[in-house]
Write a protein of this length. Structure first.
Length: 133
């Protein structure tokens, strides 16, 4: 059983090599995807935890949101990889915690682009995160 996101994402990508979700092993492009997965896990994912804890003081929640907003300015990338899937999942949590991302045009475009993919739409519908069209 795999339990860490970075290992799970690499495993999923290698199970579907024809989808090219990870660049070639040993390439700088592959290391960049691994870099992004690490960034998402350490700089975005962890800051949603205080928002999910009902006992967390409001000041801690505000600090977490403030930190998330600063980190959002670093998001970039042109190729679809497993890092995109992870980033989309984590950033989608913003709507559950009522964090307005509208000032981040690139983030909005990224979220819209990913959510419009047929398989993402299907998965979100299956999870009850999107209503039938």
């Amino acid at each position: 059983m795999l339990t860490e996101v970075s290992a799970i994402l690499e495993h999923l990508a290698e199970c579907a090599p024809d989808r090219r979700l990870l660049p070639k092993t040993g390439s700088m492009e592959r290391y960049r995807v691994q870099e992004w997965v690490g960034f998402i896990g350490t700089e975005l994912h962890k800051w949603f935890d205080p928002l999910s804890d009902g006992l967390m003081p409001d000041a801690a929640r505000r600090l977490a949101v403030q930190y998330l907003r600063r980190r959002l300015s670093y998001l970039v990338g042109d190729e679809s990889t497993v890092a995109d899937a992870y980033c989309f999942t984590i950033l989608n949590w913003a709507r559950f915690h009522r964090i307005d991302l509208s000032e981040y045009g690139a983030v909005q475009a990224f979220m819209q682009n990913v959510s419009n993919r047929p398989m993402v739409h299907k998965a979100m519908k299956a999870e009850g995160l999107r209503h039938a069209a």
